[in-house]
Design a protein around this ligand. Structure first.
Ligand SMILES: C[S@@+](CC[C@H](N)C(=O)[O-])C[C@H]1O[C@@H](n2cnc3c(N)ncnc32)[C@H](O)[C@@H]1O
Length: 384
């Protein structure tokens, strides 16, 4: 028998507990038979229920829990659809779920600080790396950090920012104070106003933004290559022969939902890619150590592929082309005659665009200035 629609109501609750719920939310809670949530949340609600505290780890346990229980009220903090359990439950249970939101901690923080909610950047660090904070720290930008530790945030922000901690928002123990090293309640939002310098998200970062052994696509060529790869939010790139990881990293920096798998045969370089990704604020770059084409087998199919190494290795180009879905973009950079010959064959077969990039950088020649040429790069791009 299929379950009755909407037998799971997800109710947002704040630090003000039961008294802070709207009459509609209180009624929805009272009509339920089973109450689920964290221990702390379960204690906020009076009445007779079967109370089920979240197990750990939570997500893998959810299907069984909701198979077993019906007429459930799930307590979630703030707005359940904002970095909350509501989204996970809707994905899992579909129409069984009704959501009743409460103001999120971010709305409350903006109210206390007098900040426009639509202008702040929000970063959730719940079970995620502190490095994610790096790309959002730009001059004058206001940032709210969820699930963070003020000391760790202060270390990333450095001397060029001000940090305000907002604890227990909406509850009787609410406290808002400029942070200067004191212990804080873990239930807090951290507000950051940053005044320091920052790197743009537009591709073509300075070469010295990367640790490298010289295997680095240079700034100007990188910018052109990324414009051909044309990253869009949510899309996945394979960076084949990732070297120092610059293409992978700049793809990921264009939007927080962009994903990358960097494939690199050298373990030493792979480690460097991970280090560069962390310091440039995209720790989610997935690094696979291995040699293409074998290393490409079984990977999630990408929306775009960049081949910066291994062009002449038999099977690499074919494996990349085969992996792309219709509409996917393939961009290949060739520097040697041998890799150009492979590119020429593929261009003859599939068409696309060929661009030859000859970069000359001005630099000192004695007390004058002259042009120093880089090796020309042939960029072939094609859409499947
Ligand atoms: C020129 S570098 C790429 C530079 C990179 N785009 C960047 O900006 O950092 C080429 C890289 O491809 C790697 N490589 C070459 N053949 C490969 C293959 N078949 N599979 C995986 N990596 C390969 C090399 O180890 C080298 O690190």
């Amino acid at each position: 028998m299929s379950p009755a629609p909407s037998d799971v109501v997800v109710v947002g609750i704040g630090a003000d507990g039961w008294d802070g719920l709207s009459p509609a939310a209180q009624q929805a809670v009272s009509r339920s038979r089973v109450l689920m949530g964290s221990r702390r949340q379960l204690d906020l609600v009076p009445g007779e229920f079967e109370r089920v505290a979240w197990p750990s780890p939570l997500v893998p346990a959810l299907p069984e829990l909701f198979e077993k229980y019906r007429d459930v009220c799930v307590l979630a903090s703030g707005d359940p659809m904002f970095h909350g359990i509501g989204t996970t439950l809707v994905r899992l249970l579909g129409e069984r779920v009704t959501v009743i939101p409460h103001p999120s901690s971010v709305s409350l923080a903006c109210a206390r600080l007098g900040w426009a909610l639509n202008e702040v950047e929000v970063v959730s660090l719940v079970a995620r790396s502190i490095d994610l904070l790096r790309p959002v720290l730009t001059p004058g930008r206001r940032v709210l950090v969820l699930g963070g530790d003020p000391a760790a945030v202060a270390e990333v922000v450095g001397a060029d920012g001000q940090i305000v901690v907002l604890e227990q928002l909406g509850g009787s123990a609410e406290r808002v104070y400029p942070w200067s090293g004191q212990d804080s309640d873990p239930l807090c939002v951290i507000a950051v106003e940053y005044r320091g310098s920052a790197l743009s998200r537009v591709p073509g970062l300075p070469d010295d933004a990367y640790e490298s052994d010289g295997q680095l696509t240079k700034r100007e060529v990188r910018a052109i290559s990324l414009s051909r790869l044309a990253p869009l939010p949510g899309q996945l790139l394979w960076d084949v022969g990732s070297g120092s990881g610059s293409i992978a990293i700049e793809w990921a920096r264009t939007h927080p939902t962009c994903r990358v798998i960097a494939i690199e045969q050298s373990a030493e370089r792979a480690e460097r890619i991970a280090g560069n990704a962390a310091s440039l604020g995209v720790p989610g770059v997935e690094v696979h150590i291995g040699r293409a084409p074998d290393a490409l087998e079984g990977l999630e199919k990408p929306d775009a592929i960049f081949v910066g190494g291994g062009v002449t290795v038999p099977g690499v180009m074919q494996a990349c082309w085969d992996a792309l879905a219709s509409g996917g973009r393939l961009v290949v950079n060739a520097v040697t005659l041998e890799s150009e010959a492979v590119v020429a064959q593929w261009y003859a077969r599939l068409g696309g665009d060929l661009v030859r990039i000859a970069v000359n950088r001005g630099s000192a020649v004695g007390k004058f200035t002259g042009w120093r040429p880089h090796m020309p790069v042939t960029t072939w791009s094609v859409t499947k």
